[in-house]
Design a protein around this ligand. Structure first.
Ligand code: XIL
Length: 319
């Protein structure tokens, strides 16, 4: 294949990237590479709750709309990210819950309206939604988010039902990190899925974020974990792949990084139900990694100048 888009097409999968919409507007070279290389996009931040409803009842869809429109023009599918999460919630919501001015009944109605409003807005334009994000802790217990604390565990089933009602054709995913290898998290997530299915809740996919680092072993069992979810009838996606390293960059580290990227793609391709591999940013010029992991970076396929790194070349040779 000559590029990732052709690679995706030849393998019958989607290869996507997270997109920073401000950068998409401002940087023509970023835009050009994104649209040449990827047949799917995810908003890195623009569809999160704090972005779309920064003040109560005041919706700011400009960035999310711009991405969906750009995707349409460039024949890319869209992954919706994310409807229910404990992070990047608007301040009016978190403070309202804390000071008691929003009670549980109202909170449930707010969540229902948020999901309904956002999913309906992009009805027919979003292939798949990350309905719930990061709902399990590392030790396999349910995350003590405001959702669990105030609404109880039923909020997950409710969220999927509301999303399905708003867009019956969208594929609805549960998404998490460290699910590539962390046994307690894997087991709990599997039982959540089975539980939802037993109740007839519309859940269609499992998202593995895939935030990896070369200072850790590659999650060698990942394909087997994918298969366990596929065996429940779920579609599988790698939704936020990146492979960080402790700086400085060396040729050896870049070579190791390349093997992690190509193993991730190989794992996905080895599981029939794995239909998507999305990277969490495609260039080291714009990546969340340096801001979140001190002393680490260079996690993407292309460098700051948009030149392909060994990882990019390695993906093109995966069979
Ligand atoms: C990150 C973004 O990349 C940052 O720009 C933002 O400041 C914080 O969130 N898991 C997720 C993503 O599901 O939404 C996160 O994105 C990265 C971890």
């Amino acid at each position: 294949p000559r590029d990732l888009r052709q690679l995706a097409q030849q393998n019958g999968i989607n290869i996507g990237s997270a997109v920073d919409v401000a950068v998409l507007r401002d940087e023509a070279d970023y835009r050009k590479v994104l649209n040449r290389e990827f047949n799917q996009v995810t908003a890195e931040n623009a569809m999160k709750w704090e972005s779309v409803e920064p003040q109560r009842g005041v919706y700011t869809w400009d960035d999310a709309d711009a991405l969906v429109e750009s995707a349409r023009r460039n024949h890319q599918q869209v992954r919706g990210h994310t409807l229910v999460w404990h992070n990047q919630l608007p301040a009016w919501l978190t403070t309202g819950v804390e000071d008691g001015s929003i009670d549980a009944t109202e909170l449930r109605a707010i969540l229902r309206d948020h999901i309904t409003t956002e999913v309906r807005r992009y009805k027919g334009k979003i292939r798949a939604w990350d309905v719930v994000n990061e709902v399990v802790e590392e030790d396999g217990t349910m995350r003590q988010s405001i959702w669990l604390k105030h609404l109880g565990p039923g909020y997950i089933a409710d969220a999927f039902r509301w999303a399905h009602r708003a867009d019956p054709h969208a594929k609805l995913f549960i998404n998490d990190y460290n699910l590539e290898w962390n046994a307690p998290k894997i087991e709990t997530t599997l039982s959540i899925v089975k539980d939802l299915q037993a109740q007839g809740v519309p859940i269609h996919g499992i998202g593995f974020q895939g935030h990896l680092g070369i200072q850790y072993d590659y999650p060698a069992d990942w394909a087997n974990v994918m298969r366990r979810f596929a065996d429940l009838g779920l579609e599988v996606a790698i939704t936020e792949l990146d492979v960080r390293m402790v700086l400085p960059v060396t040729p050896e580290k870049l070579a190791t990084q390349a093997t992690y990227y190509s193993r991730a793609l190989t794992d996905c391709l080895s599981v029939k139900a794995c239909r998507e591999m999305t990277v969490w940013g495609f260039t080291d010029r714009h990546s969340w990694v340096p801001g979140w992991f001190e002393g680490e970076g260079a996690a993407c396929l292309l460098d700051e100048n948009l030149a392909p790194k060994p990882a990019y070349q390695a993906l093109l040779t995966v069979k």
